[in-house]
Design a protein around this ligand. Structure first.
Ligand code: BG6
Ligand code: MG
Length: 224
């Protein structure tokens, strides 16, 4: 296990960590599910949180017993429809949507010379960072075109560490979803899960909310 004093980089998931845009993703998918007559459940919600667009759609169709009923083109059209709904919500996003504790944490990291990067599964990440006006903190965002597999595979977080020129044991990753925590762990990076510890059981460190994200709290919770 890595030592906290070695850590030089912090890898951030975006939706659910920097901002609560997960709520917008969820609402957009719920509209699609309702149009298809698929019942929504908290289990389905947790299962798709952090998954990329097409994987999310496949999981929703499978939950409704419709996995084989759509061609690739039809699925793409449904995914585009969801993204169009999401984009209308995204257009209203502003710095007021940044989650509590995040700005002080980013300032603390910068003041202490940590490197930071966005490791999101979302193709909309660059636009969200602009809308939230935190581009100066995050000139670095993992480009999904440069990875083979999205979360829960390790690629996004492994690429983020590589872009910071750091080894996995010099980083810590933060995510609010099961698939994100799985991705961080698979990359050999210490994971911080933000949210219900019963859901994020695999996280090395758990905080209930983004308010608890401070260097002192992370150091104290660091796995021995
Ligand atoms: C993740 C969200 O950040 O991005 C998922 O948690 C979403 O819900 C995924 O499906 C892909 O996002 P987008 O913006 O590329 O559809
Ligand atoms: Mg997330």
């Amino acid at each position: 296990m890595s030592d906290f004093s070695k850590v030089k980089g912090v890898l951030f998931d975006l939706n659910g960590i920097i901002t609560d845009s997960w709520a917008y993703h969820s609402k957009s998918w719920q509209e699609i599910a309702a149009q298809l007559g698929i019942a929504w459940s908290s289990q389905l919600e947790e299962g798709i949180k952090g998954r990329d667009r097409i994987d999310s759609l496949n999981a929703i169709l499978a939950a409704g017993g419709m996995a084989d009923q759509f061609s690739a083109d039809q699925k793409e059209a449904l995914a585009d429809k969801k993204n169009a709904i999401y984009q209308t919500m995204l257009d209203k996003m502003n710095p007021g949507d940044i989650l509590p504790g995040i700005m002080p944490f980013l300032d603390e990291l910068v003041a202490n010379h940590y490197k930071i990067i966005i490791a999101s599964a979302s193709a909309n990440a660059p636009k969200e960072i602009r809308k939230l006006q935190v581009e100066s903190y995050f000139p670095l965002i993992v480009d999904l075109k440069e990875i083979r597999h999205n979360k829960p595979a390790p690629d996004v977080f492994a690429k983020a560490a590589e872009m910071l020129h750091l080894a996995p044991d010099e980083c810590v990753g933060i995510d609010d979803g099961m698939v994100g925590v799985e991705s961080i762990n698979a990359a050999g990076i210490v994971s911080i899960g933000v949210g219900d510890p019963k859901v994020l059981k695999e996280a090395a460190i758990n905080f209930m909310t983004t308010r608890e994200l401070t260097l002192a709290n992370i150091a104290q919770a660091w796995p021995k």
